[in-house]
Design a protein around this ligand. Structure first.
Ligand SMILES: CC(C)(COP(=O)(O)OP(=O)(O)OC[C@H]1O[C@@H](n2cnc3c(N)ncnc32)[C@H](O)[C@@H]1OP(=O)(O)O)[C@@H](O)C(=O)NCCC(=O)NCCS
Length: 184
């Protein structure tokens, strides 16, 4: 039997974490991998709250670090289920860093994680339908639907592009690129 539908707000989650020195890279800024790991955690929290089952990460879109995050800043990751399919969920994540001294908040990035709910048999499991209570909820759901379609078309084009590479024409194709062909 299908689980009852759940509103977006049921699974909205925020994780806040202090950026400690051990998270920094050689340049003194926070490692991108630390932020990615936190994003994965918030995506999991949202997905599993909505689905009521264990979930796995399938794909990640739009990872662009727009501004560096500094040691000592408080990073908050706001996650929200934007879309549900049969067993998949798209979680939108907004990352913000608060400088506690100046009280300034900067938006460092927004990303979209596709998660899949799994049943006890480890197979993809049906997730509850999503109740859209605000215009923003509706907008995000439609946006995700469009992106899903574009991604599937792009995937086909990329597979096509990969299977049609003519190494014999490399000299011509790569004329303006910054590489040197020295085939042995
Ligand atoms: C994701 C996974 C369950 C898909 O399994 P599958 O047998 O291909 O299942 P299906 O074809 O039925 O797809 C299940 C859902 O995943 C979605 N999906 C599959 N591959 C996808 C991709 N690359 N991007 C986005 N969604 C994808 C499908 O659209 C489908 O969604 P829907 O049920 O809402 O229609 C499987 O590939 C898996 O377990 N991957 C490992 C995930 C993992 O361990 N992640 C942790 C990182 S190590």
């Amino acid at each position: 039997m299908e689980e009852p539908a759940r509103p977006v707000r049921h699974s909205q989650t925020t994780i806040t974490e202090l950026m400690v020195p051990s998270y920094a890279n050689f340049g003194g800024k926070i490692h991108g991998g630390i932020l990615l790991s936190l994003m994965d955690k918030v995506a999991y929290a949202c997905a599993t709250k909505h689905a009521g089952t264990y979930c796995v990460t399938v794909s990640v879109d739009n990872v662009e670090f727009l501004q560096p995050v500094e040691v000592g800043e408080l990073v908050s990751l706001h996650g929200s289920v934007n879309y549900v399919g049969r067993s998949s969920l798209v979680v939108g994540i907004r990352v913000e860093a608060l400088n506690v001294k100046t009280n300034l908040v900067k938006h460092t990035n927004s990303s979209f994680f596709t998660m899949v709910a799994k049943g006890d048999d480890e197979k993809p499991a049906m997730v509850p339908r999503l109740i859209l209570e605000t215009r923003e909820d509706v907008k995000r759901f439609i946006e995700s639907l469009h992106v899903k379609k574009i991604k599937s078309e792009k995937k086909e084009q990329m597979n096509d592009a990969r299977s049609h590479i003519d190494v014999g024409r490399a000299g011509e194709i790569l004329r303006d690129e910054r590489c040197i062909i020295q085939l042995k």
